[in-house]
Structure formats: C-alpha cells, structure tokens
Design a protein. Structure first.
Length: 191
C-alpha cells in the first residue's frame, strides 16, 4: 500500500526516481553555510517536466528553539517559516543570519539525537521515501501558503512529516517555490 502511494505521488508530480538526486550540503548550499550541521539534506528534485527550471533541494533545517529569532530572520520570516534565495549556480543562500544556527547547551543533546537519527536513515539510502507530493498541501493547522514579492501564491512542491526522520521535532515541512523571485520557502507546522 505504501509503495503504491509513493508511486502515485511520483506520477502525480511528474517526477520519477531518476529525476531525484541524493545530495550533500556542499552541493546545495552557498559556501558560507555549507559547513553547518544544522542542514539535513534529503533529496534534490528535478521538476523540469512540471515547468520548474530550478532544481529543488529538500532538507530539514534544525534550529535551537531557544534562540530569540527577532534578529536572525528577515522581515516576517522566523524559524518555522523561512526562505532560501536560489543563486545562479543553483545553490541555496539562506536569507536568515548564521546566528540562527547556533545550538545552545540546553539543546545540544537533542540536536545530536536528531542528527544521528538522520544520518542513520540517510546511510540506509532511502530517506527520500518520506517525501509526499499531494496536489495541495495537507495543512496540520491552517493554510500558510506563502506569497511571492508580487503577492501571488508560491508553487507548492512537497511535504514531509519530519517525525519519521528525526526524533525531537514532530513537524510537517512544506516546501514552496517561486520562479520569478527564484526563492524557496520552507514552512513548518506542528501538532
């Protein structure tokens, strides 16, 4: 049943297994962010068949919930709703400050557990099986579809229940894209 749903989701989105690429941080993030362990790369999607020219990198970003968040994130962004600018080389440049990635002493144990859980699943080679591609976001709370700089809704790409990959964050990650702004937006919702 799960296999059938996975194949259906792939066909629905127009993305086949050969259209996905296993990824490492250094290949998808700007040099000034690629050394941070907070980024847990899952998959890169090639959605050219859906008219999306940019490759979409899917990853979880682990933030310490104890950070202030006021100065680390621009505008209305915060640790559950943040953006990446797509650079000319296709890598992501986070719009948030590096200080958002600081892990405090109170959170280090949880971060290590999450990182170890992620690494174990990634080593098994099938971490992308958790990516879901419904036609529309299946919101846990309320509709948080982001808008681009012109006020138009961004394109929904996929969602992932992160509690299936990491231990200490039971969130659903929603990924959105805008071709005009060359921007990717991540939205986390929690139960």
């Amino acid at each position: 049943m799960r296999f059938t749903l996975f194949i259906s989701a792939i066909l629905l989105l127009g993305c086949t297994p050969k259209d996905t690429i296993a990824i490492e941080r250094q290949l998808i993030l700007s040099a000034d962010f690629s050394h941070y362990d907070n980024f847990f790369p899952i998959q890169t999607l090639n959605l050219i068949k859906k008219g999306i020219k940019d490759k979409i990198h899917i990853m979880y970003v682990c933030f310490d919930p104890g950070i202030d968040g006021e100065k680390e994130f621009p505008g209305e962004d915060y640790m559950d709703d943040f953006s990446f600018k797509i650079m000319k080389d296709g890598k992501y440049q986070p719009t948030f400050d590096k200080s958002a990635l600081v892990i405090g002493n109170d959170f280090k144990e949880y971060f290590k557990e999450d990182f170890d859980s992620y690494k174990k699943l990634k080593a098994e080679g099938n971490i992308s099986r958790f990516i879901e591609m419904p036609e529309k976001p299946e919101w846990w709370q309320y509709d948080q579809t982001p808008k681009n700089s012109k006020g138009k809704p961004m394109t929904f790409i996929c969602q992932i229940d992160m509690g299936r990959i990491i231990i200490n964050d039971d969130c659903r990650l929603f990924v959105f894209y805008d071709q005009d702004d060359r921007m990717v937006k991540y939205v986390y919702q929690r139960t």
